[in-house]
Write a protein that binds this ligand. Structure first.
Ligand code: CA
Ligand code: CA
Length: 168
C-alpha cells in the first residue's frame, strides 16, 4: 500500500539524502571531474600541436623566401652545390643550398634563430626528369624540398619544381 511505504521513513528523514545517495552523487561528481580534466588535457594537446604546426610552417616559409628567388644555377658555372670559396652568406644559386641542414633554423638574414634550438630545417635540391620526376644526373628541372623538424620529427615540409629559364 502506498500509505504504508510512505510511513516507513520518519518525518525527519524525508528530504535528506541517504548515505548511498551521497556516495553515488560523489561518484558521479568524481567521474565528471575526471572527464573534464581529460577534456582540458586533450584541448591543451591539440593547442600545442597547432602551435608546433605554425612554427614549422613558418620556418619552411622562411627557407622558401631565401631559396625561391635565387638563380637556377651559378652564372657560367656547372658545379652542383656551392662554388669554391662560397659560404652560406654567399650562396647565390639554387643548388648551393643542396644538403643544407641548419639547426637552429635560419632567419631571412641567414642567421641562426637561437631561440628555436629544438628545431632544424633541411633543404634537398635534386635534378629530376621532366616527365617521370625521377632523380636524374642532369636536367633543366630541379625539385626543391624543405623540411622543418622538431627534436628529429618532421613537423612541416614543402617541395616545388623549378625549371631553368632560357637565359640561365
Ligand atoms: Ca653559387
Ligand atoms: Ca652552385
Amino acid at each position: 500500500m502506498p500509505a504504508l511505504a510512505a510511513t516507513r521513513r520518519g518525518p525527519r528523514e524525508r528530504g535528506f539524502f541517504t548515505f548511498i545517495e551521497m556516495l553515488l552523487a560523489t561518484l558521479v561528481l568524481a567521474l565528471a571531474a575526471t572527464a573534464t580534466a581529460y577534456w582540458v588535457e586533450t584541448v591543451n594537446g591539440l593547442s600545442m600541436d597547432a602551435d608546433e604546426q605554425t612554427v614549422g610552417q613558418s620556418l619552411v616559409k622562411v627557407m622558401e623566401g631565401i631559396v625561391a628567388p635565387l638563380a637556377f644555377r651559378e652564372p657560367g658555372g656547372m658545379n652542383f652545390g656551392p662554388e669554391p670559396g662560397e659560404q652560406l652568406g654567399d650562396y647565390d644559386d639554387l643548388d648551393d643550398f643542396h644538403g643544407l641542414m641548419a639547426s637552429p633554423p635560419l632567419d631571412f638574414q641567414r642567421q641562426p634563430q637561437a631561440t628555436l634550438a629544438e628545431w632544424s630545417v633541411a633543404i634537398v635540391v635534386e635534378p629530376v626528369d621532366p616527365e617521370t620526376l625521377q632523380v636524374t644526373a642532369t636536367s633543366d628541372l630541379r625539385r626543391v624540398r624543405v623540411t622543418a623538424e622538431r627534436k628529429g620529427r618532421t613537423v612541416a615540409e614543402s617541395w616545388w619544381l623549378r625549371a631553368r629559364a632560357p637565359a640561365e
